[in-house]
Each structure stands twice: as structure tokens, then as C-alpha cells.
Unconditional design. Structure first.
Ligand SMILES: Cc1cc2nc3c(=O)[nH]c(=O)nc-3n(C[C@H](O)[C@H](O)[C@H](O)COP(=O)(O)OP(=O)(O)OC[C@H]3O[C@@H](n4cnc5c(N)ncnc54)[C@H](O)[C@@H]3O)c2cc1C
Ligand code: SF4
Length: 342
């Protein structure tokens, strides 16, 4: 499978959008924003995912309004409502309009299946994907924040960049101007995202060579200052799968792209090749979530103890944290090994 995908990509890049403002507002390297802006400037339409007006869910929209690019920015870690998007896109394509469709691989696959034929006026872009969590997790977390802060959430991100790409923060802005920020991995939402995935994602068919889009983009995990394409504000990985995708990418001049090889691109991004593993707590979390909601499931989970153990870690200065993290996980591994021997 690994070798197949290697053959499948025409070219592979690491890179980012040139504007620092766009880069800071984007999920990784702002690749989707650059692809989208190009399409709108060409007079075409862009389909992608935004948070819905009330902020409790996410949905696919199709638009030719450049103002919508800001709402499209950022990863929404939930299953987005389709809102008849396939029919809307087909209608536009049949009318001869150009469309860029960005979505999760299974959604791009479903669109292709529904269309039933190639369209020269369609460019598809899939995200590297290890699967979203359930919309109810998001909705309950947003409501929890609204209750706590006594004000409506008007802006939300699970991949907020606090001046630089990593670590990523959960960010919420309230109607009355208050702001909530916390490292995503340390939030109840972050824990639910890791533990409580969708069943189909543990055995995803859209891995390896089963690619559905002209271009695939993701986070360039593992990139370091030694790499020519390093940017502390965010870096995207780009796999180009078709000649149409290559031509489209080359037509964009607001990108900095460096060609790289397959091994470097997937070294720390195995979700290109394999599905995520089911978390040991998934079933109990799901049961508790259905019984009493997010905070009840969190209460019953090992989230608290993880946080307690991370208490010392959180007090460490930023530059010592990677070493702290290494030591922590080595201890966890050793404990597991010792337990296995007993
Ligand atoms: C659920 C999920 C899991 C992911 N898992 C991985 C992973 O394991 N490894 C990895 O490298 N990358 C993963 N990604 C992709 C990564 O987080 C970025 O979304 C991607 O690199 C695009 O970043 P960007 O800076 O180019 O996008 P931006 O310029 O910020 O634009 C964001 C784009 O993402 C689209 N989008 C946002 N949320 C969704 C959604 N829920 N469904 C469909 N489209 C959406 C928007 O329509 C927009 O086009 C995942 C994304 C999601 C949504
Ligand atoms: S992991 Fe696979 S099945 Fe799950 S959302 Fe992503 S592409 Fe779809």
C-alpha cells in the first residue's frame, strides 16, 4: 500500500502560503486558502466546511464570495452537514462553472461517485484525515463554555495558532469580548477527539493508494528547522495525484513550495497510509457520553489523571516541554511493559 501511494503521487511538496496573516489564520500551511482564493479570482466557486451560524455544528457550503474564505479557514474536527452539497456542485458544474471542492477523502469519494463522470471544470482536494469526532461533542463543549462565561460564542477554533503553529490551542471568542484559550490537547474536547472517533474511521477505505482527489493536503508533521520548507507559522504537505491538479497548483503564485520525497512526507504522518487505532477507552466513553453527555463521560474517563500527571509538565517552561513529554511517555511505556510481564 505504501509503495502504491508512492507511485500514485506525481509530485510531493512541503510549503505554505506567502501571507503571514493567512498563514496564522489557517490550520497548517494555508494551502486550502491559496487553492480557494485562486478559484474565486478565476471566477469559479469553492466548496468547503464552515462552522454554522450558531456555532454548534459545521456544514459544507459552496460560494464564490472571497469574504467566505475566512470562515473556511481552519480545521473543524467534526462531521460536517452535507446540506445537499453534491447536488449544488453538480448543478454548477453542469452549468459550466468552475468548482474547487475541498473535503475529507470519503466525502470527495462520494462526490465523484454521485457525479459519475469526469468534469474538466472540477478540481478536487482531499485532506489527510484521521477522522472527526461527533458533532454533539462540539455542540456540548460550546454550550459548556457559553454557560461558564455567560456569553455567546461567536468565533471558535480547535487549531488556533498563538503566534506560531505549535502547540495548537482551542480558542473561543464570546459576544461580550471575552476570550478563552487553552492547549487543545489539555481540553475535554481534545480528549474526546482522541478517544471518541466515528466507527468508519477505524477502518477507513481511503488510505494508501485509494485516493479520490486531484490534490491531497495535510499538516507537515515532523518538519524541523533543518528542512528548507520549515516555517514556524505552519507548513502543509501536498500530494499531487493528477496532471490537472499539478497544473492548477502551478498556476498559484502566492505559495512557497519545495519538492520533497514520499518518505519525508509520511514519516510522521502515518494517517496518509493507515487508519487510526481504536482507543482502549472508546467504548466506555461512548456509553457514558450517551448516558450523561460530554462532561459526564470525561468525569468517568482517565482524562483527569492524565491532566494531573501533566500538572508538572504544564508548569515547565516551553523549551523544556519536549524533553518533559519524552520522559513522561517513556515512563508510561515502561509501566505498560512491566505490567505485561506480571
Ligand atoms: C477531521 C480532520 C482530521 C484531520 N487529520 C489530519 C491528519 O491526521 N494528518 C494531517 O496531516 N492532516 C489532518 N487534517 C488536515 C489538517 O488539519 C488541515 O485541515 C489541512 O492541512 C488544511 O490546512 P490548511 O492550512 O491548508 O487549510 P486552511 O487554509 O486553514 O483551510 C481549511 C480547509 O479545510 C477544510 N475543512 C475544515 N474542516 C473540515 C471538515 N471537517 N471537513 C472537510 N473539510 C474541512 C475547509 O473547507 C478549508 O478548505 C485533518 C483535518 C480534519 C478536518
Ligand atoms: S478517516 Fe476515512 S472514513 Fe473517517 S472521515 Fe476520514 S476519510 Fe472519512
Amino acid at each position: 500500500m505504501y509503495e502504491d501511494l508512492k507511485e500514485h503521487s506525481i509530485s510531493i511538496y512541503g510549503g505554505y502560503i506567502n501571507s503571514n496573516k493567512d498563514l496564522l489564520e489557517s490550520a497548517s500551511g494555508g494551502m486550502a486558502t491559496a487553492l480557494s482564493r485562486r478559484m474565486i479570482h478565476d471566477g469559479g466557486y469553492v466548496a468547503g466546511v464552515v462552522y454554522s451560524e450558531h456555532m454548534y455544528s459545521a456544514e459544507y457550503i459552496v460560494t464564490n464570495d472571497e469574504k467566505d474564505l475566512d470562515r473556511l479557514k481552519g480545521s473543524k474536527y467534526i462531521d460536517a452537514n452535507k446540506n445537499d452539497i453534491y447536488n449544488k456542485v453538480k448543478k454548477l458544474l453542469d452549468a459550466g462553472e468552475k468548482v474547487l471542492f475541498t473535503g475529507l477523502p470519503c466525502i470527495v469519494g462520494a462526490l465523484n461517485l454521485m457525479l459519475g463522470r469526469e468534469y474538466d471544470n472540477l478540481i478536487t482536494c482531499e485532506l489527510v484525515c484521521h477522522g472527526p469526532t461527533h458533532t454533539q461533542v462540539h455542540a456540548q463543549y460550546v454550550r459548556y463554555l457559553e454557560e461558564k462565561y455567560g456569553s455567546k460564542v461567536v468565533d471558535f477554533s480547535v487549531k488556533h495558532k498563538e503566534g506560531k503553529w505549535l502547540p495548537t490551542y482551542l480558542y473561543a471568542k464570546f459576544e461580550d469580548g471575552q476570550v478563552f484559550k487553552k492547549e487543545f490537547a489539555d481540553t475535554e474536547y481534545g480528549y474526546a477527539f482522541t478517544v471518541y472517533g466515528k466507527n468508519a474511521c477505524y477502518n477507513c477505505k481511503f488510505k494508501g493508494n485509494n485516493r479520490t482527489a486531484d490534490i491531497m493536503i495535510g499538516d507537515f508533521w515532523g518538519v524541523s528547522e533543518k528542512d528548507s520548507f520549515y516555517n514556524e507559522l505552519g507548513v502543509s504537505v501536498v500530494f499531487v495525484h493528477t496532471a490537472k491538479g499539478q497544473k492548477y497548483l502551478e498556476s498559484i503564485d502566492e505559495l512557497t513550495l519545495f519538492e520533497t520525497d514520499f518518505e519525508t512526507a509520511v514519516r510522521k504522518n502515518q494517517k496518509v497510509i493507515v487508519s487510526k487505532k481504536k482507543h482502549p477507552e472508546k467504548d466506555s466513553f461512548e456509553k457514558n457520553f450517551k448516558e450523561g453527555g460530554l462532561m459526564y463521560a470525561i468525569e468517568k474517563s482517565s482524562f483527569k489523571s492524565v491532566n494531573a500527571k501533566r500538572g508538572i509538565y504544564n508548569k515547565l517552561p516551553g523549551f523544556v516541554r519536549p524533553l518533559g513529554r519524552k520522559i513522561y511517555y517513556t515512563i508510561v511505556k515502561l509501566k505498560k511493559r512491566l505490567k505485561g510481564r506480571q
